[in-house]
Design a binder for this molecule. Structure first.
Ligand code: FMN
Length: 373
């Protein structure tokens, strides 16, 4: 076949494809109509076919406005634009896009658009628009100039995207965050009021050191819950954050305290038992254990495990490098008694081993069907 015959065959093939495209039920005739009415523009040849097919197929609402006509009216709007706004073509063409605005449309966004258009800048705004039936939608609007190859301004291009759902989700998230912040604020207040009461009562009764001990426990509990700021609405808490917060005041520098655990969400209530356990262990480590000597260190491990067919949080506290350890006298200090009672009351378990290298404590907290979970 000669080059000429080859070219004719390609043209016929293109025409057949165009006919088939136009015959499909979802075909939007407005881009083709616009091309036919504007043969002087750049919408000829293959770029014209591309324009026609892209405009007809995209789900993004698109319009073109002519800056050479009085009040820059819309000269083209695709099907998605008509579906989004609810207006038929003959009520769109020839009007300035501001007919989509209404009483609640933010005038500062409109001014931003007006300035950008005057400067021939590309701009994106989010503004409230009104459909033909009066209902509203949030329009993420992109407007920009289109030039020909000689750099002359031909049209303004606008694409409209309904972001109402995205905005609603964003508003909900913001509300949840505000609530969580308020909750956390109240909780901190509550813990400081409790501390105040304990201090005053301790002073009045002449038992300051006991009051101080109780206060430290109350504060450890407060820190354990502080991390719930963003999580209050989910009912769970990231246990690693909570563990770190409780032990923060005891972190005496690099290598003194090591954490090993995976990101793990646990029920809110688990935190009380866990927070108090870690506080008592840390206080003991400071007074008699690993942290009472210069080289001592503590490693805290946590993981989800299955014990007797139940999901549990297992926390292992391992001390190393401290003074020689031996099993303490059988009478337990009040700290240990509190831990044991808290853990068992929550349906968990705690075991202590006095190993050569230091104390090792393994505590489990049920993640389901426990008093705290
Ligand atoms: C291509 C193009 C698309 C536009 N699309 C919208 C639109 O979807 N919604 C809207 O409220 N305004 C839209 N506008 C903005 C208005 O047409 C107008 O420029 C704006 O209201 C500022 O001018 P005014 O102060 O004279 O009303 C568009 C403007 C252009 C040039």
């Amino acid at each position: 076949m000669s080059d000429g015959a080859d070219h004719d065959e390609r043209k016929r093939q293109l025409e057949r494809e165009r006919q088939a495209f136009r015959a499909s039920p979802s075909y939007d005739p407005s881009p083709a109509k616009f091309r036919e009415q504007h043969p002087e523009d750049q919408f000829t040849g293959s770029s014209g076919v591309l324009f026609e097919q892209a405009m007809a197929q995209t789900r993004m609402a698109i319009c073109l406005c002519d800056p050479h006509l009085e009040d820059m009216p819309i000269v083209f709007a695709n099907r998605a634009f008509r579906e989004l706004t609810g207006y038929p073509e003959d009520e769109i063409i020839g009007r300035n896009c501001r007919f989509l605005q209404g009483p609640e449309t933010d005038r500062s966004q409109v001014a931003k658009l007006r300035n950008a258009i005057r400067e021939e800048d590309v701009t994106v705004v989010e503004l409230l628009n009104y459909r033909r039936d009066g209902s509203t939608f949030w329009n993420a609007l992109h407007v920009g100039p289109i030039y020909n190859e000689r750099g002359q301004l031909l049209y303004f291009f606008g694409s409209q995207w309904d972001v109402s759902d995205v905005r609603a989700a964003r508003a909900e998230e913001l509300y949840a965050r505000d609530m969580a912040r308020e909750l956390s604020h109240r909780m901190k207040n509550m813990f400081s009021v409790i501390s105040g009461i304990v201090n005053i009562t301790g002073r009045m009764r002449g038992v300051e050191s006991e009051a101080q001990e109780i206060n430290e426990r109350v504060q450890a509990l407060g820190r354990a819950y502080e991390t719930t700021l963003d999580e209050a609405s989910s009912g769970t808490i990231e246990v690693g954050q909570s563990i770190r917060a409780v032990l923060e005041p005891y972190d005496l520098g690099p290598w003194k305290l090591n954490f090993r655990g995976d990101p793990l969400k646990v029920p809110y209530g688990v935190v009380s038992g866990l927070g108090l356990t870690l506080h008592e262990l840390a206080a003991n480590a400071t007074n008699y254990g690993a942290w009472s000597s210069e080289d001592g260190e503590v490693c805290v491990d946590w993981a989800e495990k299955t014990r007797d067919g139940r999901r549990v949080l297992e926390v292992v506290w391992a001390e190393m490098g401290g003074p020689a350890v031996s099993e303490p006298p059988s009478e337990k200090g009040s700290g240990n008694a509190i831990i044991d009672r808290m853990v068992r009351y929550g349906g968990g378990n705690i075991e202590r081993e006095w190993l050569e290298q230091g104390l090792r404590v393994c505590a489990t907290y049920p993640l389901e069907n426990g008093s705290f979970s």
